[in-house]
Design a protein around this ligand. Structure first.
Ligand SMILES: C[S@@+](CC[C@H](N)C(=O)[O-])C[C@H]1O[C@@H](n2cnc3c(N)ncnc32)[C@H](O)[C@@H]1O
Length: 467
């Protein structure tokens, strides 16, 4: 594998190499599952173009165009005087390589139930959410092709990776070997079974969160076989049993929006009994039809005879459960060891600074501090760096109609505030206590009434003021 890796690097089979070779039009077309522009861009028969055709596009290539490192890799098979890939092998953002099954395209045979999904948007989404803090023991639950491990390598002293699908572990081991990541403890089993009684400093999971009716031949990479969103719920509920003090968990998840139920209560309810501080950010909501179409397309079912029947049954299943939407988002949990944990559940659909992992610890710190800080009157607050004060008013008018505090960093929140909070943002430099500051500001700009320092808690929780 070492020799193969060298060959791939030498040939330029890297993220940048492939991107440059394909160009933006072919790359965009591939994202729409259209191969023709990419085939045209790689038709020269040169080494890089041949590798892209073999392992990225999944088409047969002449055996004589391949180096011995490729022919002897065990990741291709002969097909006449041509060679075809037995796996999808892709360079990844970390500089490593990932081995998985090839993504299915329209017209391909149906996916096998133990299909090992390659790294994609969701994998990258989780990887960017995970804290950058170095940790001792880390767990990647549902490792698939092993992508999260590539991101954890170098940040975690020990990594355990689990998957219910033994084929996934097989391919993940190849990914790690090919990426020069050694010493991963890979274990087969469902959810936390393979790590019973063990504690971690970090747990990450891009779980099989797709919510679908039970069926024969369910796709393990995305459907858990649990009812509704129960897999994500149980994952959350069982996590505290596996977190060291101060340990953190990051998950992607889907949750149901059910008629007559507030989704905040549903997801908040999963977390409330865990004893962990938690932050849930819903990044998107789809209606049931959009959701079903997305996942039927993911398995390239559009245009097949089964499409209509499957679509109809899936939609009917949602209807029976009075499902109005499906939320997608991030869940972060921290075992803070407190008797007074806090859970913040919010919809956060706008663009935030990436990677969130650079500042996710501060996001959770802020939520916890705002909840637990005592005697805010004596607190020395600082205004967050990069905060802007935007005022909207009628032309010529002295007073604004609206004042908005806007963050230019991190979660890039914005919030309409009153003149007192706006003035506070102008003077909080960590030197004077909040209580006396509010008194002075109230006299100068307020309506004379002295604001309660506890009213500033939501602004601390949302990172406008730091304590
Ligand atoms: C969406 S894929 C994520 C793969 C990879 N970690 C990533 O970030 O792209 C979910 C993975 O969870 C695995 N899985 C499904 N059911 C599971 C279960 N009950 N316990 C553990 N892993 C499971 C699947 O086999 C699959 O590899």
């Amino acid at each position: 594998m070492e020799r193969l890796r060298h060959h791939l690097l030498e040939t330029g089979y890297t993220i940048d190499g492939v991107r440059e070779r394909l160009g933006s039009m072919a790359a965009s077309a591939l994202a729409r599952e259209e191969l023709i522009p990419a085939l045209r861009a790689t038709a020269d028969g040169d080494p890089l173009g041949t590798l892209i055709r073999l392992w990225w596009l999944g088409v047969p290539v002449p055996a004589k165009a391949l180096a011995p490192e490729v022919l002897g890799s065990g990741l291709v098979r002969p097909d006449g005087d041509q060679v075809v890939a037995t796996v999808h092998l892709q360079p990844w953002q970390t500089g490593g390589y990932l081995v998985s099954d090839r993504k299915v395209r329209p017209g391909d045979p149906a996916l096998r139930p133990d299909h090992v999904v390659g790294a994609g948007g969701a994998s990258a989404n989780l990887a960017q959410l995970v804290t950058r803090r170095p940790v001792g023991r880390a767990l990647d639950l549902g490792t698939g092709c092993g992508v999260q491990v590539l991101h954890l390598a170098g940040r975690a002293e020990r990594i355990v990776a689990t998957d219910v699908n033994p084929r996934a572990l097989e391919l993940a081991r190849l990914s790690w070997e090919l990426s020069g990541v050694g010493d991963v403890d890979a274990r087969a089993g469902s959810m936390f079974e393979p790590v019973e009684g063990e504690l971690f400093d970090l747990v990450v999971s891009n779980p099989p969160f797709v919510i679908a009716p039970a069926r024969d031949g369910r796709l393990t990479y995305r459907e858990s076989g649990f009812e509704g969103d129960d897999f994500c719920r149980d994952l959350v509920r069982r996590t505290p049993l596996h977190l060291n003090p101060g340990g953190q968990a990051h998950f992607l998840a889907n949750w149901l929006h059910v008629e007559g139920e507030d989704w905040h209560d549903r997801v908040g309810g999963w977390l409330r009994e865990t004893g962990c501080d938690a932050w849930v950010a819903q990044r998107d909501v789809q209606d049931p039809a959009e959701y079903v179409e997305l996942w039927l397309k993911d398995a390239a079912e559009q245009g097949t005879p089964a499409y209509t029947e499957h679509y109809d049954r899936w939609l009917g299943w949602f209807e029976e459960r009075r499902v109005e939407g499906i939320g997608f988002g991030w869940i972060t949990m921290r075992n803070s060891g407190t008797l007074d944990p806090v859970v913040r559940v919010e919809h956060l659909a706008h663009q935030v600074a990436l990677p969130v992992g650079d500042y996710v610890d501060e996001v959770v710190d802020a939520i916890a501090t705002a909840h637990r800080a005592e005697n805010l009157d004596a607190a020395l607050l600082r205004t967050a760096e990069g905060l802007l004060d935007e005022r909207i008013g009628l032309p010529g008018a002295e007073d604004p109609i609206r004042i908005v505090l806007r963050q230019t960093q991190g979660l890039r929140r914005s919030r309409e505030v009153g003149t007192v909070e706006a003035a506070l943002a102008g003077v909080c430099d960590g030197e004077l206590a909040l209580g006396p500051l509010l008194n002075v500001i109230a006299e100068l700009v307020g309506d004379g009434e002295i604001p309660d320092s506890d009213a500033v808690r939501p602004l601390i929780a949302e990172g406008y003021f730091l304590l």
